[in-house]
Design a binder for this molecule. Structure first.
Ligand code: GSH
Length: 204
């Protein structure tokens, strides 16, 4: 078995889907959390000056979505054929588009402005995103987003909706039964439940 280290800041952010993949696969890795004060020294040692970085037997892989895809393939969570893998990449890209669209809200420091941006995003971006993902689950009909078993895409999507339901819009998924069921089901998997209960508690 390869030796893995995942380097990121002490937050869920862009590393959490990879951590969920490790947890689900039951594979040991070093979850290295970099303090802000250490970052200037570490930044030049990374491939592109950004985190997360996955170290595999001393080699470095950057870009969170590429890391997720790589781990998904290595741990058998990347679909049964090229089509399924491509559909997973499609969903990952949709999640990325969504994160870019809500970035102004994440970045805003002024509370009043933050609330205003959020109000606008609810109608323009957040509700359409939730509705689209509810519909994908309905259409696929297996309780998973692609094919009929859990994949790395499910774990990345789970993180977004878990975060939304627990942190940004508590209870938001009640009106979306398939998504609600999906989040409950993934949260109840022993290895995932254990990770969620034991991971460092951070805001984002
Ligand atoms: N597309 C990259 C984005 C990486 C990124 O922007 N990382 C941020 C943290 S979320 C970072 O390293 N910021 C520190 C810096 O730019 O100096 C990915 O998904 O990995």
């Amino acid at each position: 078995m390869a030796e893995y280290k995942l380097q990121y800041f002490n937050m869920m952010g862009r590393a959490e889907p990879a951590r969920l993949i490790f947890a689900y696969a039951g594979v040991q890795y070093k979850d290295e959390r970099i303090e802000k004060s250490e970052w200037p020294e570490i930044k030049p040692t990374t491939p592109h000056g950004k985190l997360p970085v996955l170290h595999v037997d001393g080699k470095q892989l950057a870009q969170s979505r590429v890391i997720e895809r790589y781990l998904g393939k290595v741990f058998g969570l990347a679909g049964e054929n090229e089509w399924e893998t491509a559909k997973m990449e499609e969903l990952q890209a949709c999640v990325e588009d969504f994160l870019i669209e809500i970035q102004p809200w994440f970045k805003e420091q002024d509370n009043a402005k933050k609330v205003e941006i959020f109000k606008q995003l609810i109608e323009s971006t957040i509700i359409p995103f939730i509705t689209a993902f509810e519909n994908i689950l309905v259409t696929n009909g297996t309780g998973y987003f692609v094919g009929d078993k859990i994949s790395y895409a499910d774990l990345a999507i789970f993180h977004i909706f878990w975060f939304m339901n627990s942190k940004i819009l508590p209870g938001a998924l009640r009106k979306y039964p398939k998504l609600h069921e999906f989040v409950e089901k993934i949260s109840a998997i022993d290895s995932i439940k254990q990770w969620i209960n034991s991971r460092p508690k951070t805001e984002a």
